[in-house]
Ligand binder design. Structure first.
Ligand code: BES
Ligand code: ZN
Length: 441
């Protein structure tokens, strides 16, 4: 046999092997696959999404309340009716209870005062001499003795919680923070992290603060009383829901995760935040139930996101090392339908691309003609997944609408086209991924 003759079958074998390898790493392609994908996307029903939305937005779904539980019951029933077994994962979390009342009395001060409480302020019923503590910085307390007194502090550039901690360390019994004119005093938070070290804190307007400064300048000590009643941290119970689609053919080990938080803030129907993401994930679960897929897909519904990502943290904490290793991608849908928000953004914790963003950008290019650039964003449930080493990204229309976290977050303000757009992008991405080769080594 000549050298040439021996070489030919060898080259043929190499070329067959290369074709096989590239098919398994870049995904199954070709007309059959395209047809299956098109049929899959055609299954998408915006009516289904809206029927879930109208059910979910009947009441606010505040974490740890019966209305959050009712939303969980609705989702469970829907998933079961699609043929899923649903795992309910209960968990406890700590929740701040806002004060039932608050007040401030300054002896002899003419004119009204209308203090506002802060989220995470501790409660208390204290009185003492009211004292001007300047900007309330550590250096101010070297000159001004606030021990056992009530400190009056002008807010400048320092964080509120730090001002409260400085006054507390200097021995003050309570603190009144008056705001620069341009800052509205409404709904401010001190953050929960230092709760145990706080003293009672109330906010005043610039006008009230400066008048009080003048008032205490007169020489005779002025006494004041601060009362904050009923503020505390409580234990509450919530739950995650997990519906799993097992692989149907050519099994590989990867898991694809897709999730949304279904709780809302108080007084808000939470249509955009986040009945929108919940309804889209539910619809995708329905669509995927009947198509063959090579990978496991887990549909996750998180409770208590609004109180601090508790649901997603709980879920990630229960994953085994092996499950984490097998988790190839996590798609988090939060605020995916507002007609009045900015463009669709894909956000990751480090702002860089990963399996999720690449798949979604490719899907967007196919569906809408352009890739999507990845942004930074850490304000939702993809965070614990990223921290565990799982490729994760948030899908959100950004910047968010003006009525975010208000009673105006209603179903009428959602856009069908925007919901469908995200459902298609995420659905296509997952469809592609479940047929691509193993993404994890
Ligand atoms: N849906 C929002 C996330 C969001 C809001 C992202 C605005 C980007 C812009 C989410 O439900 C939320 O409100 N998150 C909280 C943090 C959470 C840990 C309490 C937030 O961002 O304030
Ligand atoms: Zn929110």
């Amino acid at each position: 046999m000549t050298r040439k003759k021996m070489l030919f079958p060898f080259l043929l074998l190499i070329s067959i092997l290369m074709t096989a390898c590239s098919a398994s790493s870049s995904g199954v392609e070709g007309p059959e696959f395209d047809k299956a994908q098109t049929e899959f996307i055609q299954e998408l029903s915006v009516e289904n999404i809206f029927s879930s939305l109208s059910e979910l937005t009947k009441n606010p779904r505040v974490a740890g309340t019966s209305s959050e539980m009712q939303a969980a019951a609705f989702l469970t029933a829907q998933l079961k009716s699609e043929g899923y077994e649903v795992e309910v994962q209960p968990f406890d979390f700590e929740r701040y209870v806002i004060p039932e009342s608050h007040g401030l009395v300054v002896e002899g001060f003419p004119g009204p005062l209308s203090p506002a409480p802060f989220q995470y302020s501790v409660d208390g019923n204290v009185d003492g001499q009211l004292i001007d503590a300047g900007y309330g910085l550590k250096k101010d307390y070297k000159k001004i003795d606030v021990k056992g007194k009530i400190a009056l502090v002008a807010v400048d550039k320092t964080a509120f919680y730090e001002l409260v901690l400085f006054a507390s360390e200097a021995g003050a019994k309570a603190i009144l923070l008056y705001f620069p004119d341009e800052l509205e005093i409404d709904n401010w938070t001190l953050g929960r992290e230092h709760f145990k070290d706080f003293i009672p804190a109330l906010a005043l307007t610039y006008d009230e603060g400066t008048k009080l400064v003048e008032f205490v300048k007169n020489g005779t000590p002025v006494s004041a009383a601060v009362k904050i009643k009923g503020a505390r941290i409580d234990k509450a119970a919530s739950q995650n829901l997990i519906a799993t689609k097992h692989p149907t053919s050519e099994t590989d080990d990867d898991i694809i995760l897709i999730g949304a938080h279904y709780d809302s803030v108080d007084k808000a129907p939470g249509a955009s935040d986040n009945a929108s993401g919940t309804a889209v994930v539910l619809e995708l679960a329905r669509m995927f139930k009947t198509v063959p897929t090579n990978k496991e897909i887990r549909f996750l519904f998180f409770g208590a996101e609004e109180e601090g990502l508790h649901g997603s943290e709980k879920y990630v904490s229960t994953l085994t090392k092996d499950e984490i290793k097998r988790s190839a991608a996590m798609f988090n849908l939060d605020m995916v339908g507002s007609a009045d928000a900015g463009d669709l953004a894909i956000q990751t914790i480090d702002g860089s691309d990963n399996v999720v963003t690449k798949a979604a950008s490719k899907a967007n290019e196919a569906l809408n003609g352009d890739p999507i650039e990845t942004d930074f964003g850490d304000r939702s449930d993809h965070t614990p997944f990223h921290n565990a080493g799982i490729d994760a990204a948030l899908f959100i229309y950004d910047p968010v609408e003006e009525w975010y976290h208000t009673p105006e977050d209603t179903i009428e303000k959602l856009s069908k086209a925007r919901l469908v757009n995200v459902a298609k992008i995420v659905g296509t991405s997952i469809f592609e991924l479940t047929f691509s080769g193993t993404t994890k080594e």
